[in-house]
Design a protein around this ligand. Structure first.
Ligand SMILES: Nc1ncnc2c1ncn2[C@@H]1O[C@H](COP(=O)(O)OP(=O)(O)OP(=O)(O)O)[C@@H](O)[C@H]1O
Ligand SMILES: [Mg+2]
Length: 255
C-alpha cells in the first residue's frame, strides 16, 4: 500500500483488532477468549446482559486494564505497550463516571481539556464547535448536576470528544435516558460516524442497536454472534432485534 494513501481512502481497514482476549479478576475470566475486528468509520455495537463483560472489554481496549491473555491492537499498535501514542486517538465516555456534578458545564469541559494538555484557547474553540454540534441550549455556567439526564450525557460526550479522537468508546451512553433523548443522542452518534469517526458503543436497548453497522452479542465473557442487524435477524430467524436478543441469550444460556 502506498504511504501517500490517506485513512479516508482505506475505508475498510480495521482500526481495532482483538485476538483471543481474556481479562481476569482473580481467577474469574470476565472476558473469555474473544476475537473481533472493528472497521474504521463504523458504528460497532456491543450488546449483552448485565455482567456480560462489555465494560471490561472497553477498558481493555482503552488500555486501562491489561489482558491476561491475547492481544488488542488499535491502529496496528499493541494497546498495552502504546498507551501514550494511542491516548490522543481515543475518546472514552465511561458508564458511570462522566462529569463532575458539582462543576459547571464550562468547568467540566476545561478540566477534560487539561487531561489532554490542551491550551485553554484551543479548549474554548473546540467546546464552541462541539456545543454547536450537540445544540446545547443550557448556559455554560449551569452546574452539571442540575442538567436533565439527556443533556448531561451530551455534555459528557463533548468532554470525550474535546481532543478530537478518531475512535470513540461509549459505554451505555443512553442508559436511563428518556426515549426522545436517546433518539437525539443516536443522531449525534450517527453524525460522528458520517464524519469518519469510529464509534464503539454498548447498549441494553435493542431498538438502538439497529443503527449499528455490526453488532457483537456477548454472553458471560464470550461473543456468541457478530453480524449486521439484518444478518442477525436472518441467523436467529427473528422479526426484530429484541427477538434476536431473546433467542441468542436463550441459546447462550443453554451452553
Ligand atoms: N474490578 C472488578 N473486580 C472484580 N470483578 C469485576 C470487576 N469489574 C467487573 N467485574 C466482574 O466482571 C464481570 C463483567 O463485568 P462488566 O462490568 O464488564 O460487565 P458489563 O457487561 O459491562 O455489565 P453491565 O451491563 O452491568 O454494565 C461481572 O461478573 C463483574 O462482576
Ligand atoms: Mg458495563
Amino acid at each position: 500500500m502506498s504511504t501517500t494513501e490517506t485513512a479516508a481512502s482505506r475505508p475498510n481497514e480495521n482500526i481495532i483488532e482483538v485476538r483471543d482476549l481474556t481479562v481476569s479478576f482473580g481467577g474469574f475470566n470476565a472476558v473469555d477468549g474473544i476475537s473481533f475486528d472493528v472497521k474504521r468509520g463504523e458504528i460497532f455495537g456491543f450488546l449483552g446482559a448485565n455482567g456480560a463483560g462489555k465494560t471490561t472489554t472497553i477498558r481493555t481496549l482503552c488500555g486501562i486494564l491489561n489482558p491476561a491473555r491475547g492481544s488488542v491492537k488499535v491502529e496496528g499498535r499493541d494497546v498495552s505497550s502504546s498507551t501514550a501514542v494511542l491516548k490522543p486517538l481515543i475518546g472514552y465516555m465511561s458508564q458511570k463516571f462522566t462529569l463532575y456534578r458539582d462543576l459547571s458545564i464550562a468547568e467540566n469541559i476545561s478540566f477534560a481539556g487539561s487531561l489532554y494538555d490542551m491550551p485553554p484557547a484551543r479548549v474554548k474553540a473546540r467546546a464552541a464547535e462541539l456545543f454547536d454540534f450537540i445544540k446545547l441550549r443550557e448556559p455554560q455556567d449551569t452546574i452539571a448536576g442540575d442538567l436533565p439526564g439527556g443533556a448531561r450525557q451530551t455534555v459528557a460526550l463533548c468532554a470525550a470528544l474535546l481532543h478530537d479522537p478518531q475512535l470513540i468508546f461509549l459505554d451505555e451512553p443512553t442508559a436511563g435516558a428518556a426515549p426522545r433523548s436517546r433518539e437525539d443522542f443516536w443522531a449525534l452518534i450517527r453524525a460522528l460516524a458520517s464524519r469518519g469517526k469510529t464509534v464503539f458503543v454498548t447498549t441494553h436497548y435493542m431498538d438502538e442497536a439497529r443503527y449499528c453497522a455490526r453488532i457483537a452479542l456477548m454472553d458471560r465473557g464470550r461473543i456468541i454472534a457478530l453480524a449486521s442487524p439484518r444478518e442477525l435477524k436472518k441467523i436467529y430467524n427473528a422479526q426484530n432485534l429484541d427477538e434476536v436478543f431473546i433467542k441468542a441469550m436463550g441459546a447462550g444460556g443453554a451452553r
